[in-house]
Design a protein around this ligand. Structure first.
Ligand code: PAF
Length: 281
């Protein structure tokens, strides 16, 4: 059955949940990674629950000169994906409606919002957290599922929900990958053929980091192993390689940690990350 399409804030506010509701928030350009988030969300609420997807390219999280205007908008395809995944309703507002009351009040992501992606994209996480909080208020979910691919975003959303006492369970979903290991992303569509080959260095760097960690190395050597892979490939410019603890703080001497990579391949910036266990052997 086709999902119900809700295209105004007013209609969304009037759309009362009949049962437990799970939400997957997206900017559209849906791919297999989003479909997986929808499946996980459905599992959380069961067949009698409501699965709601939001599709909104949020202007507040794009900086000047970023790809807001050319971000892929594929509404018909998105609706098809939602129908195939048994989504009950899709909320697809326009920006003038979402921000009709103004946009000068935003959520400050705190110090973690200023590192890594936040250092490269000032204001990005204030824009993300503000729209996520608005979408949570409008859709009132019991569960919201976000991909681990945008790991810093996921950590910040969890912190916001905890610190603002929002009544929603935030679930992180593992990253899906293409055959060559590249993490699925709506921005992969920007890559030409030669970019695509260069981009494969990113998952290769993640694999090198994992191998190095499981051989017993610490954060410095793990980061160096990933950096060396990226440095050895033409056509790729590394923005950062970071090893942190799972909450994005300083890495432990030993134990669970996260490697995060951002690199530019041509125009697009690609992100990847993975769990590693430092000094494991
Ligand atoms: O991850 C995304 O697609 C966006 O940042 C989100 C969470 C939908 C907010 O616009």
């Amino acid at each position: 059955m086709a999902p119900e399409v809700i295209n105004t804030v007013e209609l969304m506010q009037a759309h009362a949940p009949g049962s437990r509701r799970a939400v997957v928030m997206t900017m559209g350009a849906l791919h297999a990674g989003h479909a997986e988030l929808m499946r996980i969300a459905r599992e959380r609420v069961g067949p009698t629950g409501e699965l709601l997807v939001t599709v909104f390219v949020n202007p507040l999280q794009f900086g000047p000169g970023e790809d807001f205007e050319r971000y892929p908008r594929t509404w018909r395809h998105d609706l098809d994906v939602c129908r195939q995944e048994g989504v009950d309703a899709v909320f697809v507002p326009v920006a003038d409606d979402m921000y009709a009351q103004g946009r000068d009040i935003t959520i400050d992501p705190g110090p973690l919002g200023g590192i890594l992606e936040g250092a490269v994209r000032p204001g990005h996480f204030a824009g993300v957290l503000t729209v996520v909080a608005k979408l949570m208020n409008l859709t009132r979910p019991d569960v919201a599922v976000f991909g681990e691919k945008d790991y810093q975003q996921l950590v910040l959303i969890k912190r916001m929900v905890a610190q603002l006492n929002l009544r929603v369970e935030v679930v992180g979903a593992p990253t899906l990958r293409e055959d060559d290991g590249l993490a699925l992303s709506s921005r992969n569509g920007y890559l030409g053929e030669s970019d695509r080959a260069a981009a494969a260095a990113i998952p290769a760097a993640i694999s090198a980091a994992k191998r190095t960690a499981s051989a017993g190395a610490g954060a410095g050597d793990v980061a160096a192993a990933a950096t060396a892979v990226l440095a050895g490939r033409a056509g790729i410019v590394t923005d950062y390689v970071a090893v942190t603890d799972p909450e994005l703080g300083p890495p432990p001497h030993q134990g669970p940690a996260r490697i995060l990579i951002a690199a530019r391949v041509g125009t697009p910036r690609l992100l990847d990350n993975a769990a590693v266990v430092l000094g494991a052997s």
